[in-house]
Write a protein that binds this ligand. Structure first.
Ligand code: NAD
Length: 498
């Protein structure tokens, strides 16, 4: 079986571990590779190599950096289909969806191509007589990225293009469930002319993550994953003085107001709930039907969910692929069972789905659960699978209260034709990313991405302007070039502008 190794200092390396993880093909349910799981020594080696590379890369000119960034952009663009197929084979999502993920990641690379503009400082002439002030930003050092399985290309691309273009060197710890795409990315960086050691990939599990969090030469950590791990990352890495942004899980609600176009709203609900088998942090997992019309919404949703074509990600006819592992499938099925036990109505049941020719694949069909109430486990837990829960609310304000009572605050959406209701919604919800008739409001690369409450620990959102700020620190320089003929003597009061 193929062994997936680390990429350190511009080349593949097996590391020192005897531990391996299994990489499955979710469509067949068969193992397809084993990935090495780094030890503390391997992590230390990667950080040391990155620290050595920082000495030169941090001093490289903005034009040298952007030359590499533009070349990398071209290479990712040219290899988009290959990257999408690697993602599909290990994650399970359909290839067209995987291509969309690479495209959205590339948006961040393109944003980072503009780094000379983004790193411009300020200059104030004559703040006091003969005194000028200017500011600029410097890179931090070695920065680490720890990524989830569900976007093996896009989520790391939220991090390293900005980190590297700001002059830092990078150690990426991808998900051990779908690690291969990061190695092609590493090769593309090398081909683009990035010096060895600036971008490194260390594979592993909790042991390697904790080694990164504890390492004295790691200056900052970007994490995207589930809430319990995000909380752990934030606590442990801030304890050793690191800068941390830790994005967590989600439970995203879409409110459907009776004045919304039912066909439009239900089409978009389908895509947001079942695209990528619901394994998106911005997936809609709870639909809140407001007032009259809930039964009509559930009926349309039932028909459309039942018609979704489920099959292997590589089959162009598939609209939805399998989930990532057998453990994920068991967990999702267990949560649907719990919804049923607690009195919710299973309107569409994906539990028994079998895909002919792929009987051992990790498939769960689209599932719609109606009459869900907030105290049910199926509502409280992040399911991270193709399951849409439908709740009911008497009016808009009680729907907003429901969203605000939820511990997560990543994304939310409203379907309505009323500007007044939409505005009330956008101003009242305690959620970081909001869609008005847009169910997956993932901000473009030149805005920043991030949720509130248990969906993000740390002060700064990821990519966009906050990404540049996260990966740099400011210096402010106050200058005076005295004319000795007009020199004044020493004064002992605190300096003020004159
Ligand atoms: P996960 O938290 O299990 O794993 C994420 C990363 O943390 C992986 O690299 C993993 O190796 C590592 N890890 C796992 N357990 C650890 C531990 N105990 N200690 C240290 N490191 C550990 O998440 P996942 O299952 O890979 O991804 C799905 C989750 O990610 C969902 O909760 C989803 O909502 C979330 N997610 C959030 C966003 C966002 O932007 N907020 C985006 C994508 C995914």
């Amino acid at each position: 079986m193929r062994t997936i190794e680390h990429w350190i200092g511009g080349k593949l390396t097996p590391g020192t571990s005897t531990r391996h993880g299994t990489v499955w093909n979710p469509a067949t349910g068969q193992p397809q590779a084993q990935v090495v799981l780094a030890t503390r020594r391997d992590v230390d080696n990667a950080v040391r190599v990155a620290a050595d590379a920082f000495a030169e890369w941090s001093q490289s000119s903005l034009s040298a950096r952007t030359k590499v960034l533009f070349a990398f952009r071209e290479l990712v663009n040219a290899r988009m289909d290959e990257l999408a197929e690697i993602i599909s084979d290990e994650h399970g999502k359909v290839v067209s969806d995987a291509r969309g993920e690479v495209r959205r990641g590339l948006d961040v690379v393109e944003f980072a191509c503009g780094i000379p503009q983004l790193l411009k400082g300020d200059y104030s002439d004559q703040v006091s007589t003969g005194v000028d002030v200017f500011s600029f930003r410097e890179p931090l050092g070695v920065v680490a990225g720890i990524a989830p399985f569900n976007f093996p290309v896009m989520v790391p691309m939220w991090m390293y293009p900005i980190g590297i273009s700001c002059g830092n060197t990078f150690v990426l710890k991808p998900s051990e469930r779908d690690p291969s795409a990061s190695l092609l990315v590493a090769r593309l960086w090398a081909e683009a002319g990035l010096p060895d050691g600036v971008f490194n990939v260390v594979h592993g599990d909790a042991e390697s993550v904790d080694a990164l969090l504890d390492h004295p030469d790691v200056a900052a950590v970007s994490f995207v994953g589930s809430t319990p791990v995000a909380r752990h990352i934030h606590a442990r890495a801030t304890a050793t003085g690191k800068r941390v942004q830790a994005l967590g899980g989600a439970k995203n609600h879409a409110i459907v107001i009776p004045d919304a176009d039912l066909d439009f709203a239900s089409d978009h609900l389908m895509a947001a709930a079942f695209g990528s088998a619901g394994e998106r942090c911005m997936a809609i997992s709870a639909a809140v039907a407001v007032g009259a019309g809930a039964d009509a919404l559930v009926e349309v949703v039932r028909q459309k969910a039942s018609a979704i074509r489920v099959g292997p990600g590589r089959d162009a006819a598939s609209e939805m692929g399998p989930v990532v592992t057998q453990a994920a499938k068991d967990r999702i099925v267990g949560l649907i069972d719990s919804g049923e036990r607690s009195g919710a109505r299973i309107a569409v049941d994906g539990r028994g789905l079998v895909v002919p020719g792929h009987e051992s694949g990790f498939f769960v069909g689209p599932t719609v659960i109606d009459q869900v109430t907030p105290e049910m486990e199926v509502y409280r837990e992040e399911i991270f699978g193709p399951v849409l829960c439908v709740l009911r609310a008497d009016d808009v304000d009680s729907a907003i209260r429901l969203i605000n009572a939820n511990s997560y605050g990543n994304g939310t959406a409203i379907f309505t034709s009323s500007g007044e209701i939409a505005r009330r919604f956008q101003r009242s919800v305690k959620v970081g990313m909001i869609g008005i008739n847009v169910p997956i409001p993932v901000p473009m690369a030149y805005y920043s991405f991030g949720g509130w409450k248990d969906s993000l620990f740390g002060e700064r959102h990821i990519h966009g302007p906050e990404g540049v700020s996260f990966y740099t620190r400011a210096k402010v320089v106050t200058t005076r070039w005295p004319n000795v003929e007009h020199a004044t003597g020493a004064s002992y009061h605190f300096p003020t502008a004159v």
